[in-house]
Design a protein. Structure first.
Length: 365
């Protein structure tokens, strides 16, 4: 399905792509980012061994020697160099959200789990970040096997990891402050029922992302998360006008989500070959945004209808859409749709129009 939005007015965003090592985030000025959303290479997952070893050859030596703990620490030391820069580029009160999964692996020192999420919590806490309640993202699996090890015979099987973590941190102890009734903040509000679902500590409604890449080499080096994950986090933890940073951009899912959500973005990527993937995805942002906006409005109207069936009353009318809302804070919700994308020397400039209503829903041929 595709939608045709009716739009008036305009907002521009910029989306930089830095082809460089993210350690140090040297291209970013201090206090230039309000939100970090990223999913780094997962230490001790075999698909990332070559990348980590290229950056530090001693990691390959540790793996060859079967020293999993030393390899694990070496891989995290590379990530630590990125975390070192977050305090500088992230505004006071800004949020960093890190999506990470643990790893299980057999080396000469035996089978074990490598707790990447715990190591990252320790690393950012040591750098002055305040850890916030974490989210467990349960990823559906297509595998019927829920264990590894000795088949049907106890006691030597191991459970299968079917979840990842979203680890939110605040830069410093104080929350960001805004002028009373700041329009760009209240326009970026979310619906009451979205708040209840999004701010749960267990997410089961996001499916893992399929790697639809033509280049086999890129596919082997891509661990993209689903679009809905960064899109949700961007709406939860930023407002219009903010800049979102992804130090491990890959196929550009975070930048695409920022375009659809009407925020600025900057991403780092080592491999320039990934830019062609992002070019294609950004080009589809208008249709994607239209569908996302229509889905959110449809879901809200369904929530209202179910509430009324249960005898609930809604006191407030939305300012921009033909619907009621539960709270006064939701009245100013304003969606924006990207309508024009132009390339710049280091990324993209996107023009957005505020969506006043959804005019039509048209089935694709």
């Amino acid at each position: 399905m595709s939608v045709t939005p009716i739009c008036v007015g305009r907002m521009d965003t910029t989306h930089r792509v830095v082809i460089d090592d993210a350690r140090g985030l040297t291209e970013l000025a201090a206090n230039s980012v309000e939100l970090v959303v990223t999913s780094p290479p997962y230490p001790m997952i075999e698909m990332w061994d070559e990348l980590f070893t290229d950056l530090d050859p001693t990691i390959g030596d540790h793996l060859a020697a079967g020293d999993g703990e030393a390899a694990f620490e070496g891989m995290h030391a590379i990530l630590d160099a990125v975390w070192d820069a977050l305090d500088r580029v992230l505004v006071d009160g800004g949020i960093a959200c890190i999506n990470i999964g643990d790893a299980t692996r057999t080396l000469d020192d035996g089978f074990r789990v490598y707790q990447n999420h715990a190591r990252i919590i320790d690393a950012l806490t040591a750098r002055g970040f305040e850890p916030l309640p974490e989210i467990i993202w349960r990823k559906p699996t297509n595998s019927a096997a829920k264990f590894m090890g000795s088949g049907m015979v106890p006691p030597n099987a191991y459970v299968t990891l079917e979840h990842e973590y979203v680890l939110p941190f605040r830069n410093g102890g104080d929350r960001r402050s805004f002028e009373p009734n700041a329009e760009h903040r209240y326009n970026a509000a979310y619906f009451w029922e979205e708040r209840n679902r999004w701010f749960s500590d267990l997410w089961t409604d996001l499916r893992g992302a399929l790697q639809s890449l033509d280049n086999d080499d890129l596919r082997d080096r891509s661990g993209a998360f689903p679009f809905g994950l960064p899109y949700r986090l961007i709406n939860m933890f930023s407002v219009y006008g903010d800049t979102v940073c992804d130090p491990f951009l890959g196929t550009g899912t975070t930048s695409l989500a920022a375009v659809v959500a009407g925020r600025n973005s900057v991403g780092y990527e080592l491999d320039p070959a990934f830019t062609s993937v992002l070019d294609r995805r950004i080009g589809d942002a208008h249709d994607l945004a239209g569908n996302v906006i229509a889905d959110r409005l449809d879901a809200h109207r369904e929530f209202v209808a179910e509430g009324r069936d249960d005898g609930e009353t809604f006191e407030y009318e939305a300012d921009h859409y033909d619907t009621v809302v539960r709270t006064q804070q939701e009245q100013s919700i304003q969606f924006y749709c990207p309508t024009d994308v132009s390339e710049t020397g280091d990324g993209y400039r996107v023009q957005h129009e505020p969506v006043e209503k959804i005019d039509a829903v048209v089935a694709d041929d």
